[in-house]
Design a protein around this ligand. Structure first.
Ligand SMILES: *[C@@H]1O[C@H](CO)[C@@H](O)[C@H](O)[C@H]1NC(C)=O
Ligand SMILES: *[C@@H]1O[C@H](CO)[C@@H](O)[C@H](O)[C@H]1NC(C)=O
Ligand SMILES: *[C@@H]1O[C@H](CO)[C@@H](O)[C@H](O)[C@H]1NC(C)=O
Length: 352
């Protein structure tokens, strides 16, 4: 935030002067004007950067801008992927999603690129969330109209700050979008009250995967169903050493192994939909990272029954995390993962 230093300088020198000046209110107005100018200039440049956001249709072997997509018919499912802070449409943090969708034959995959506003300092990028979402939402709206695609067919998948953008796009459509998936929604500078934060009202169904609390990720429930993988905390299994390295460079180099695990889990689930069996868990147990097995009775479940259902891949009994998430899922779920791919434990899932 370029305006911060100005703010500090303005206040301290205003205070100094006010000791000498009897006309304090006049001085105050003068500084206020100056501050407003700085802020609005800054807001204007953020606006310009947000305006440069765009959506691209993934088409083998290359991509198309939305205007160049020929008339589509009978689109029953449309994916829109939104990258996070420091990302772009070809960034390594979201490529696994595109690759997995294409490998599984999903035809209509869009990727949003908001790199001009994503590659600033974090507070500025975070402030751009609402503006970027508005720009992208309008482009998406036009595309849906042109190709006669219903909002219900749309699934927006966002990582990190992109998860909040996904949610804000969903709210532009007044919650009529079929599904929004938040992959480790960004924590810094978001609170429960943030107007532009991801919420369950963003779509008809909102699923959230938490993996990096308390670094870049959030424990706060933000979806219809929230999945707390390994209690949603860093370091995720297999990330212990990498996270430690990343933590020392936290601000400069926003890569976190645990933060990106949410993407890798999700990408894996696109090819292996029954790989991430989860169990319902109380908020209290999630908060304190204490066993979710003990509380199963509160959900009319016991470990024998759960193990049996997971062994049978019974998705009527088991809530699976990921692409083919169980749509009846609501509230909080817990699961463990392996330290290396395949991350999901499939029929061998354990929950201690
Ligand atoms: C648009 O799609 C709906 C169903 O999704 C269909 O009933 C309608 O005929 C379509 N309209 C056009 C112009 O293709
Ligand atoms: C959302 O609701 C508002 C208020 O009812 C309406 O003006 C707006 O057009 C709606 N947005 C969409 C995309 O339908
Ligand atoms: C576990 O639940 C199943 C099905 O609800 C039930 O048949 C079984 O008796 C329960 N087992 C124990 C040990 O409570």
């Amino acid at each position: 935030m370029r305006s911060k230093p100005y703010l500090g300088a303005a206040l301290s020198s205003a205070q100094l002067r006010s000791e000498r000046s009897s006309n304090m209110s006049g001085m105050f107005c003068c500084w206020l004007l100056f501050l407003c100018q700085v802020w609005s200039l800054h807001a204007a440049s953020l606006d310009t950067l947000a305006q440069q956001s765009s959506i691209y249709y993934q088409h083998v072997p290359s991509e198309l801008s939305l205007e160049r997509v020929e008339q589509l018919t009978d689109v029953h499912s449309l994916k829109l992927i939104v990258h996070g802070f420091l990302g772009s449409r070809s960034h390594i943090s979201i490529m696994p999603l595109r690759n997995a969708y294409q490998a599984q034959g999903f035809e209509h995959v869009l990727i949003a690129d908001w790199s001009p506003a994503a590659n600033l300092d974090y507070p500025s990028s975070r402030r751009a969330v609402g503006r970027v979402a508005l720009v992208l939402a309008k482009q998406l709206e036009q595309f849906l109209e042109r190709h006669n695609v219903s909002e219900e067919a749309v699934h927006i998948v966002g990582h990190s700050l992109g998860a909040h953008i996904a949610g804000r796009i969903g709210r532009y459509f007044n919650g009529t979008v079929g599904r929004v998936t938040g992959l480790d929604p960004a924590l810094p500078l978001f609170t429960a009250r943030s107007d532009d934060g991801l919420r369950a009202s963003a779509a008809m169904f909102v699923d959230v995967i938490h993996t990096d609390y308390p670094l870049f990720g959030d424990l706060m429930p933000r979806g219809t169903a929230d999945f707390y993988v390994n209690f949603g905390r860093a370091p995720q299994p297999g990330c212990e050493e990498v996270d430690l390295l990343a933590a020392s460079k936290l601000i400069l180099q926003a890569y976190s192994c645990s933060h990106n695990r949410a993407v890798l889990f999700y990408a894996e689930s696109i090819g292996l939909p029954r790989n991430f069996a989860s169990i319902p868990c109380s908020w209290k147990a999630i908060r304190s990272s204490s066993s979710c097995l003990k509380g199963l009775a509160a959900f009319d479940l016991n470990s024998t029954a759960i193990e049996l259902a997971i062994g049978n891949m019974d998705d009527g009994q088991v809530v699976y995390m990921g692409e083919q998430v169980t749509r009846s899922a609501t509230s909080y779920y817990f699961l463990e993962t392996n330290a290396a791919p395949p991350f999901g434990q499939g029929v061998h899932a354990k929950f201690d």
